[in-house]
Design a protein around this ligand. Structure first.
Ligand code: ZN
Length: 839
């Protein structure tokens, strides 16, 4: 789940937090600033006196009560002799009975409605295999979600879906709810006959009961896996079918979405084949399925049965802007990294998430090429820098964290993926994949921890990477380099590299390296071409001398941008301009494009950016050049951006329109209207609508109202029109805001309409009423938009509604992040002047 890329794994909680962080730059100031960091507590992997062999889970549901009735039989072997009691995780259940196998009742104690302590009928030894059967019911507020139509969205489907990670599966079936134990499962669910049930493993049978109009679905998974990956989905679906070596590879989409499903998941089977090849390990399970559900933030890699947001489905036109390959490949990669090999403990979560994030990029490299891969890795690094400078700091591998949900962060995803990219650089292509293949084969079906990965690398390649793991995984931070280059005029180039980072005194419990030791490629381009020198940085102060045949034209420190690092390498606009137009390395050109906007906005810089924008082979160099040009506001930059609006790549056109938008120039209105009516990209249309609004041109209102009438996939053209109207600030738009904020409209349109009301409704009683009513909506995205719009409205009369919202936070909202944020808005509103009333 990062800015332009599609969603990563995780539940709605992660989604909500991320939306807050991404969309509200003020968040850091309002919510998180100030307080001194506190040492997180130690978390040790859990010990267990028994080893679960098998779960047999039988379920039925009550839609009206959102309740589940179940019988779960847990078969296990003691790890010790004389085992007389067992503790099972069972959250907020009504326990009806506990029995031994098929036999007599067992005594039990239900502690804090969380731990089920079962007294066995006699002591058991390590030679025994015991089955305990729990009969129960529950109305889960975690782990299992019922989706039903509601007043604000009567078109919502009926669905039931589970979400086990990190530790919420024990709210719908009793289990050992921790990753360090693997078992086989059978899941049997009885539902109304119009619904399908999708679960782990292979489908054993579907039995219909014509009298009761029910079907009983029996899914069995014969290979062992961790309990957080057990999944059930109930809903109405149609299957997009494919296969890998005869095994079904399916995407379950809504019955009216077959064509869009075929478009969105066209490459799934090809991915299964490609990851089988890269890991050297054929997809090992009976089937792969990914099933779309409502209100799911991202996706979850439940073994053989991924759960995915229904937003991953899109129409053909959406593919002009991008595919769902990132989310699809991420979850698929987890079937190896996370499911076949599973982190032993949540502090080792990077072994799941960083690998899946890395494999997303590996898939993109396969489809789009190395430049796209490297650009994606640079973006992963950027996400990390942002987190670091906001004060979110930790080593990737740590046993100090607040709770398991807290480790699904920047370090688990992009920072870890960027570390794997460095590892690939350090080991080299062949050795890296050899190591990965050995690691996968050696630890198949097992739990893993980081040290085992390190040992696997040494076994496969002979390389002991203790130093690398220490720097990049067990310690935190990154090198801050100061680089200077000096040509002596006589065929010797000296490059001095200094490390200036300091340890973080505020977080003494997390060490950081004093010196980062790494190889780095320094590429020197002269008139006769490029030469790449690999050097080792071993000290805080290094000097490297290179023989060159003539004056260097480009000195590219870290060719390929593999290292996680910050660099100060002061070069003038002329040097950067030359690099932007001539460097063989696309990451060097991207860096030059970005750095050129930080100088004095010289003509040299503008000309080079305009030229790169028009001519570079790689779309990201063109789009980064357009972004930089957007900050210049000169005739050259304007001409360059106008040219870039014609680019064949929608991402470049979008950046160009965004750059032109900042000029707020009425003369550009016709161009924006042309893009609104003719661009194939939804995102370019959206950007053009916003830009048109900013021009304030007389023609803008009618053009945007015209766009408002167009139907489109997920209504995103209508939402784009409302965003444009918000920027236009024409008072006629407020009534349109009320119209489209009403229940019954799609969530994206309602969100945009609420934002419009927040912008235009100051002093309007109805605006206040509509926005505060939005806080009580059942849909979390609508609630989030209402909160944001209230902040924008700035009306102190909204304070009681926000205070009331804090008192009754809806389920699924992460209080730790949201409460301080809302409190910040309340404080701002209390200090705001009372608004003038406008009717
Ligand atoms: Zn993931």
């Amino acid at each position: 789940m990062s800015s332009t890329r599609s969603l990563l794994s995780r539940s709605l909680i992660w989604f909500f937090t991320l939306v807050l962080v991404l969309q509200l730059p003020a968040f850091a100031q309002i919510g998180m600033g100030g307080e001194a960091p506190k040492a997180p507590p130690f978390q040790w992997p859990r010990s267990h006196p028994y080893d679960v062999q098998h779960y047999r889970i039988s379920l039925s549901f009550d839609w009206s009560k959102k309740a589940v009735s179940g019988e779960t039989a847990i078969t296990f072997k003691p790890f010790e002799d004389n085992l007389t009691t067992v503790e099972v995780d069972a959250g907020e259940m009504e326990i009806k009975s506990v029995k031994l196998g098929g036999g007599g009742p067992l005594k039990f104690e239900y502690k804090d409605r969380e731990k089920l302590l079962v007294s066995l009928d006699r002591p058991y030894s390590t030679a025994d295999t015991i089955t305990v059967t729990v009969d129960y019911s529950a109305t889960p507020h975690k782990g299992l979600t019922f989706i039903v139509p509601n007043e604000s969205d009567p078109s919502r489907p009926h669905q039931i879906w589970s979400q086990g990670e990190a530790r919420t599966n024990h709210y719908w079936f009793p289990c050992y709810d921790y990753p360090n134990d693997k078992a086989t499962t059978e899941l049997i669910a009885t539902v109304e006959d119009k619904y399908q049930v999708v679960s782990n493993g292979s489908l054993v049978s579907v039995r219909a009961d014509a009298a009761k109009k029910t079907k009983t679905w029996d899914w069995r998974m014969d290979q062992p896996y961790s309990s957080y990956l057990v999944s059930i989905i109930v809903g109405e679906y149609i299957e997009v079918k494919d296969q890998f070596k005869g095994k079904p590879v399916s995407s379950y989409v809504y019955p009216d979405q077959l064509d869009n499903g075929r478009v969105s998941f066209a490459r799934l089977a090809e991915m299964v084949a490609y990851f089988s090849e890269k890991t050297g390990y054929d997809y090992p399970y009976a089937k792969y399925a990914q099933t779309m559900v409502r209100d799911f933030g991202g996706a979850m890699e439940n073994i053989t049965a991924t759960t995915m947001t229904d937003n991953a489905v899109h129409d053909k036109r959406s593919e002009v802007d991008g595919t769902s390959d990132d989310i699809v490949s991420h979850e698929l990669a987890h079937q190896w990294f996370g499911d076949l090999l599973t982190c032993r403990d949540w502090g080792e979560i990077w072994l799941n998430e960083s690998f899946a994030t890395f494999m997303e990029a590996v898939w993109n490299e396969h489809k789009k090429g190395k430049d796209d891969y490297l650009y994606e890795m640079s973006n992963n690094q950027q996400s990390y820098y942002q987190a670091w400078f906001q004060g979110n700091r930790r080593p990737i591998v740590t046993n100090r964290y607040d709770d398991p949900d807290a480790v699904f962060d920047t370090y688990a995803y992009p920072r870890g993926a960027a570390v794997l990219n460095m590892l690939r650089f350090v080991l080299g292509e062949d050795q890296f994949w050899k190591a990965i293949r050995h690691y996968v084969k050696k630890y198949e079906w097992q739990n893993v921890e980081t040290a085992q990965f390190k040992v696997a690398i040494e076994e496969a390649t002979g390389q002991n990477l203790e130093w690398f793991f220490d720097e990049w995984l067990y310690k935190m931070g990154h090198p801050e380099f100061e680089v200077t280059s000096n040509y002596d005029g006589d065929k010797t180039l000296t490059v001095a590299v200094k490390q200036t980072q300091k340890s973080d005194d505020k977080r003494p419990w997390f060490p950081s390296p004093d010196v980062f030791i790494m190889p780095v490629d320094i590429a020197v381009t002269t008139a006769s071409g490029e030469k790449v020198h690999r050097v080792w940085i071993d000290n805080r102060d290094e000097q490297f001398k290179f023989d060159v045949d003539s004056k260097p034209l480009i000195v590219n420190f870290d060719r390929g941008n593999y290292l996680i690092k910050r660099v100060k390498f002061n070069r003038g606009d002329a040097d950067l301009a030359y690099q932007l137009l001539h460097d063989n390395d696309s990451t060097g050109r991207v860096r030059a494009a970005v750095e050129l906007k930080q100088g004095g906005h010289s003509e040299t810089a503008a000309k080079a950016l305009a030229e790169a924008c028009a001519k570079d082979q790689f779309w990201a160099v063109r789009s980064e050049s357009a972004k930089s040009l957007g900050e210049f506001r000169t005739d050259i930059s304007r001409a360059g951006l106008l040219e870039a609006v014609k680019d064949k790549d929608a991402r470049v056109r979008r950046a160009a329109i965004a750059g032109l938008a900042s000029l707020k120039d009425k003369q550009l209105a016709d161009l924006f209207i042309d893009r609104i009516n003719n661009d194939p990209s939804y995102q370019v249309v959206g950007e053009s609508a916003k830009a048109l609004g900013l021009t304030g041109a007389p023609s803008a209102y009618d053009a945007l109202v015209g766009l408002l009438k167009q139907d489109s996939w997920q209504d995103n053209l209508r939402a784009a029109a409302l965003n444009g109207l918000g920027n236009l600030k024409d008072s006629r738009s407020l009534d349109l805001g009320f119209k489209y904020a009403a229940p019954g409209n799609t969530p994206s349109v309602r969100g945009a309409a609420l934002a419009l009301i927040g912008t235009l409704g100051k002093g309007n009683d109805r605006a206040l009423e509509v926005l505060t009513a939005g806080l009580k909506e059942p849909s979390l995205p609508v609630v989030f938009n209402a909160v944001q719009a209230i902040a924008q409205l700035g009306d102190p009369r909204a304070v009681p509604a926000l205070e009331d919202f804090l008192k009754h936070l809806p389920g699924g909202v992460p209080a730790g992040a949201v409460v301080p944020f809302i409190q910040g808005i309340i404080n701002q509103l209390k200090n705001a002047k009372p608004v003038d009333k406008k009717g």
